[in-house]
Design a protein around this ligand. Structure first.
Ligand code: FUL
Length: 485
């Protein structure tokens, strides 16, 4: 958050100090909020599905499960936090309540919670423990509160909305800062519903009155971002594979969305002419299921698979929400830990050295001294290169003192002033002249291209089209040596 605040201050100072002769470029809306900017910087964090289903071996509990079934033997949220921290994740989002309605905290509004479980003789509170562990490890905590509740007798009736809001109030009041409130799209259908055992369907666009629930969340936690299929702050990427499209706009035409309803085909790539800033979060589980199933112990995703997910989420202008199905002990399983650390080591090796450190950079056009091309390689994302107004097509030319070998190119736009780039190409200088090695579309907060191993002394990045003059805040050139083919 600090860096966001300083970015904003810097930007204001910068605009002011340059205002006489070289004004900062005009923003091109929609723009991210400070909360969304802080969210973008998180990039990679954990989802934890751990609740009643962990003990019933199910994915969607029916709602009639007995609280006595919830009985982890070694629950240790500090282990979750340590693993997440060592994996390079910035936070943990936990299923406080899933569709079966069981609550991981002793809610005052239901008996269907940890308070009637054998775990810690009914005195425990998983959310409280997680909040403390996240604080200790410098992580942010987010919470998933399922709108669909297959346990509650009032689900489907107006009374349930008050229940949902009361629970949300508990979660957003009693545990200090919550960075993300996660609203799932699955809702309505068969359930226990207090013993009625029937089917209850709701009108997804009107039943929940989301507008007022979201307003309540923001009132209780001004820094929270709200996730659901179409936002308001963060959107689902439209699949559970962890993949954003290569073309990925943060803006979205949002009007037709409500959780569980909307033109889903628009989610993986957003909209060039979107009306709201609603960036994509890519959720995917490290195993086939969201919840722990012992028979999936050998089905943890491979390094190749996890790298693919990383590049198609973080590398494609999205955030990666990687799910860890905590097991019946209450721990992240050893096999999952192994896979996470393998991924971390590999990414650390790939991004250890930015080859631009020894390079010089020039641009075909520059707005002025405070917007020089050097700002694109100064490792400071608060400064950026900008051309003069109207000069959309431009090249940035990076010269290396000696020939380099590289296969990863990282680009970032200065999104505080909007997402702009529509099309760009990458060329390298060879003895026969320039050779094109990539022709791509959007950049956004971050884009990472996986390229073939290439040797050169010069890289030329050309912005071919943009919504307005391009603003590039960061370029990284890397050589991945240890990634599997
Ligand atoms: C889905 C849910 O129905 C799954 O159980 C899981 O929580 C996933 C993240 O979202 O819509």
């Amino acid at each position: 958050m600090k860096s966001i605040v300083s970015a904003v201050l810097f930007f204001l100072f910068f605009s002011f100090s340059c205002s006489k002769d070289i004004p900062a470029p005009n923003p091109v809306g929609p723009l991210p909020s400070p909360q969304q900017l802080a969210w973008h910087e998180m990039e990679y964090y954990a989802f934890v599905h751990f609740n009643m289903n962990t003990f019933t071996d199910m994915e969607w509990g029916l709602g009639g499960e007995s609280p006595s079934t919830f009985n982890p033997t070694e629950l240790d949220t500090r282990q979750w936090a340590r693993v997440a921290k060592e994996a390079g994740m910035k936070g943990i989002i936990l299923t406080a309540k899933h569709h079966d309605g069981f609550c991981l905290w002793p809610s005052a509004y239901t008996e269907h919670s940890v308070k009637n479980s054998p775990w810690q003789n009914g005195q425990g509170d998983v959310i409280k423990e997680l909040a403390a562990a996240c604080k200790e490890y410098g992580l942010k905590m987010g919470l998933y509160l399922s709108p669909w509740d297959r346990n509650h007798p009032d689900y489907g009736k107006p009374e349930y909305i008050q229940y949902y809001r009361d629970q949300l109030t508990e979660l957003l009041t009693n545990y200090e800062e919550v960075f993300e409130f996660w609203v799932d799209g699955a809702n309505g259908g068969d359930g226990y519903y207090g013993g009625a055992n029937e089917t209850r369907n709701v009108d997804r666009s009107t039943y929940y009155d989301w507008e007022n629930t979201f307003a309540l969340a923001k009132e209780l936690q001004p820094n929270v971002v709200i996730f659901s299929d179409g936002g308001p702050d963060v959107r689902w990427v439209g699949n559970e594979n962890g993949f954003a499209d290569a073309t990925n706009w943060a803006p979205l035409r949002k009007a037709e969305f409500a959780p569980g309803i909307g033109p889903y085909q628009e989610l993986p790539s957003g909209h060039e002419d979107g009306t709201h800033w609603v960036p994509a979060e890519c959720d995917v589980s490290i195993r086939p299921g969201w919840y722990y199933h012992a028979d999936q112990d050998e089905k943890v995703k491979s390094l190749t698979n996890l790298l693919d997910i990383y590049y198609k989420s973080v590398g494609s202008n999205g955030n990666l929400l990687l799910n860890l199905p905590v097991d019946r002990r209450g721990l992240v399983h050893e096999n999952d830990v192994k896979a996470l650390m393998e991924l971390r080591r590999t990414l650390d090796a790939t991004f250890a050295q930015n080859l631009v450190e020894s390079a010089t950079i020039t641009a075909t056009n520059t707005r002025g001294k405070n917007f020089s091309a050097q700002h694109a390689i100064d490792e400071n994302t608060e400064t950026y290169w900008a051309p003069k107004d109207g000069m959309i097509e431009n090249s940035l030319i990076i010269d290396f003192p000696n020939e380099i070998s590289f296969n990863r190119l990282l680009l970032q736009e200065f999104i505080l002033l909007g997402q702009r780039v529509k099309r760009f190409k990458v060329e390298v200088k060879t003895n026969e002249g320039y050779k094109e090695i990539a022709n791509e579309t959007t950049i956004g907060y971050k884009r990472i291209l996986r390229l073939p191993n290439t040797n050169t002394k010069q890289i030329k990045i050309t912005i071919l089209d943009a919504k307005a003059i391009p603003l590039i805040s960061n370029i990284g050139v890397y050589m991945a040596k240890t990634e599997p083919e």
